[in-house]
Design a protein around this ligand. Structure first.
Ligand SMILES: Cc1cc2nc3c(=O)[nH]c(=O)nc-3n(C[C@H](O)[C@H](O)[C@H](O)COP(=O)(O)OP(=O)(O)OC[C@H]3O[C@@H](n4cnc5c(N)ncnc54)[C@H](O)[C@@H]3O)c2cc1C
Length: 412
């Protein structure tokens, strides 16, 4: 089978790329070993986090570092065995998190973020996924005055980028979310983000639209990627597919396919867990809630209230250790009347992350016809559709919607 472009990985990133290319008249085959949207793009907190101009930075203060090291911060955990291999990556992450570099990060990230809600709206209108989306922003809760003060310090930059963050009283927070219990001292409503009731459902609905644009979704193992004449081939359940262009959008698994071609990039993972709960009685949520110092998010989803945990530094394939879920569940039960767990086992996924906290979007160095869209870390669900548009612009050789230079793989 011959096609213009093979897209490897049917998460939100690969699916959005395939749709953008197909909309422009390219023939596209989207290949995944599972169904679309069944991995990281399934299990996230469902935020289209348009307002995330501040990075999830490496802790800078001694106290914050000690809190992580001594496991006093439920938002971060680690496996001892993973740390030696992570030292160079962690050092680069620490350097990229320097306060002096935050303004640059915000400028670069906002160039993508400003398009995130509109690009999701465009794909959801075309594919019929609108019913998954809700407005209303998200509510961040603070248990200490110090935590609230550091959030307030973000307001001026947020205003600079046209974002709306408003401190609300406990009374107003409880009016917005009547099922919460007042175990917090302050709250901030960020109005610009949107959220969804099923990120996996959104990705599947986007992918289901691809055949209407002439594309195909096939099962196959991306590790069978090989050079073929002047292009590329990959084996699928329906036979080999050949194309002059291939896009690697394999999220946490990207390096399994890229390393054999000599493309070495510092991609690591930040693992996370989720669990669904039935709310007790008539309790409900209207939007995602971040308990900042508690280190978790609760989001209303089709499957119940989804509790997602913070970061675990561990090998992608290392055994699960959902201690953060156990810790944060106690805090979340104090905040919201969570009923019983709805699943026997927690879900686990891996945020694919580069140390400078930016994705790689663009051509693979030295590999004609090989394109990359990887490393979207904490914001992949948010950034998938604009990544698709940007990469399609680059592949088409038209003026890109966003300056792609900061996302080039050659920066490493
Ligand atoms: C707990 C948690 C909460 C999060 N919350 C948010 C949030 O609220 N908002 C947000 O924007 N982001 C969030 N994220 C991040 C977001 O989920 C990811 O950045 C995003 O899903 C990455 O998408 P992707 O398409 O790159 O990867 P994936 O969704 O993982 O897709 C990669 C695909 O590649 C396929 N694949 C892998 N290996 C092979 C192979 N050998 N052959 C064929 N196919 C293969 C997989 O099956 C998979 O479908 C969260 C992440 C976690 C873990």
């Amino acid at each position: 089978m011959k096609t213009d472009t093979i897209v490897l990985g049917a998460g939100i990133v690969g699916t959005s790329i395939a749709l953008n290319l197909a909309e422009r008249g390219r023939s596209v085959v989207l290949v995944d070993r599972r169904g679309p949207g069944e991995e990281t793009s399934y299990g996230n907190a469902g935020l289209v986090e348009r307002a995330s101009i501040y990075p999830t930075a490496f802790p800078r203060s001694v106290k914050a570092l000690l809190d992580v090291a001594l496991r006093r911060n439920p938002g971060a955990s680690y496996h001892w065995s993973a740390l030696p291999g992570l030292i160079p990556w962690m050092f680069a992450y620490w350097r990229a998190s320097a306060p002096a570099r935050i303004l640059d990060y915000a400028r670069v990230m906002d160039s993508l973020l400003v398009h995130t809600v509109t690009e999701h709206q465009r794909l959801s209108a075309a594919s019929g996924a609108g019913h998954f989306f809700r407005e209303g922003g998200w509510l961040k809760l603070y248990r200490t005055e110090g935590g609230l003060a550091s959030e307030r310090a973000e307001f001026p930059l947020a205003r600079h980028y046209g974002l709306t963050a408003r401190e609300v009283s406990i009374h107003e927070a409880l009016e917005l979310e009547p099922s919460l219990r007042p175990v917090f001292t302050g709250a901030v409503l960020w109005s610009d983000p949107h959220s969804v009731s099923s990120p996996g459902g959104v990705t599947q609905t986007y992918a289901a639209h691809l055949p209407q644009l002439g594309g195909r979704v096939l099962r196959g193992d991306a590790r069978t990627l090989a050079r073929f004449c002047a292009g590329w081939s990959v084996k699928t359940e329906e036979g080999a597919v050949e194309a002059p262009n291939v896009v690697v959008a394999l999220g946490p698994w990207a390096m399994d396919v890229l390393r054999p071609f000599g493309v070495n990039l510092p991609l690591q993972v930040k693992r996370g867990y989720h669990m669904h709960y039935r709310p007790e009685g008539n309790a409900s949520l209207a939007r995602p809630i971040l308990d900042e110092e508690g280190g978790y998010v609760i989001t209303p989803m089709q499957g119940g209230i989804r509790l997602t945990t913070g970061v675990e530094f561990a090998g992608r394939d290392a055994p699960r250790s959902p201690v953060q879920l156990d810790q944060t569940e106690i805090l979340a039960r104090g905040l919201f009347p969570l009923g019983p767990r709805a699943e026997a086992e927690p879900w686990m996924g891996s945020r694919p992350a580069f140390p400078d906290m930016l994705p790689v979007i663009g051509a693979a160095p030295g590999q004609k016809g090989l394109w990359l869209a990887i490393g979207h870390q904490h914001l992949g669900f948010t950034l998938g559709p604009i990544t698709g548009r940007l990469l399609a612009d680059m592949m088409d050789g038209v003026t890109p919607v966003v300056d792609p230079a900061p996302f080039a793989a050659t920066r490493f």
